[in-house]
Design a protein around this ligand. Structure first.
Ligand code: AMP
Length: 109
């Protein structure tokens, strides 16, 4: 079982920000900015390459609900997903990073 599946099953603790039956948003353990949240589907997909478009649509709604809840939609934020080796992906369970709470700059730190 991958590390994020263990978070979903409760075997690894997390700081949950928002959750529903299909998705989970939680704090990144190693925050790169004031706000650094990871959003994952509860169903395992290795990366953005595997997620079906209809589930990605539901994930989009979930992310928008999260950014409204945190008032990030007003000042903005960065939303990224790393894909594969060249994309710098370390955890092979699709996740989006939200970075915000301050100006994040042109490049990730
Ligand atoms: P990536 O390089 O896109 O695969 O990002 C993986 C992210 O997962 C990194 O930002 C890590 O800090 C984060 N991470 C790894 N393990 C945990 C964990 N147990 N709880 C929260 N975040 C984690």
């Amino acid at each position: 079982m991958c590390i994020f599946c263990k978070i979903i099953s409760g075997d690894i603790l997390n700081k949950t920000i928002l959750e529903n039956d299909k998705f989970l948003a939680f704090e990144d353990i190693n925050p790169l900015r004031k706000i650094h949240i990871l959003i994952i589907p509860k169903e395992h997909f290795n990366s953005f390459e595997q997620i079906p478009a209809n589930i990605m649509g539901q994930m989009t709604s979930f992310i928008q609900e999260l950014t409204k809840k945190l008032n990030l939609n007003k000042d903005g934020y960065r939303l990224i997903t790393n894909i594969g080796e060249h994309g710098g992906q370390e955890v092979e369970h699709l996740h989006f990073h939200i970075l915000g709470g301050e100006k994040v700059g042109k490049l990730l730190g």
